[in-house]
Design a protein around this ligand. Structure first.
Ligand code: 5GP
Ligand code: ZN
Length: 113
């Protein structure tokens, strides 16, 4: 999608620190990390947010969580980790392309601010 920051990152038009890539998903380090480990996992297909998901997206969402679990095992998040997706302005979403934050390496507070 034109003018989408994350579509441009996926296309390689904007550089990123890649964590994982396959045919349908892409993961890269957050430019402004909120934890010692902070990366984003997203579908390559442009979906605006989790509010846009329907039954047709069940496979990609399951695949994203499968890959997150594999990366967590590979990188040794033995103490745990957090997965977050912000939705819309009040939900704190700043980039309108569905993405899951994966945070690890410190204690996480609850509820988040
Ligand atoms: P949101 O606020 O939409 O939940 O998350 C967007 C995330 O993208 C933020 O954590 C922000 O730091 C990250 N971000 C914004 N622009 C860039 C960029 O150009 N490169 C990378 N690697 N991360 C970005
Ligand atoms: Zn996009």
């Amino acid at each position: 999608m034109e003018d989408c920051l994350f579509c441009k990152i996926i296309a390689g038009e904007i550089p990123s620190a890649k964590v994982y890539e396959d045919e349908t998903i892409y993961a890269f380090r957050d430019i402004d990390p909120k934890a010692p480990v902070h990366f984003l996992v997203l579908p390559k297909a442009h979906i605006a947010s989790a509010a846009e998901l329907g039954p047709e997206n069940a496979g990609i969402v399951a695949h994203i969580f499968e890959v997150i679990a594999a990366i967590a095992a590979r990188e040794g998040f033995a103490q745990g980790f957090r997965v977050v997706t912000n939705v819309g302005e009040q939900g704190g979403q700043s980039v309108p392309h569905l993405h899951f934050h994966v945070l690890a390496g410190r204690d996480m507070s609850w509820p988040p601010g």
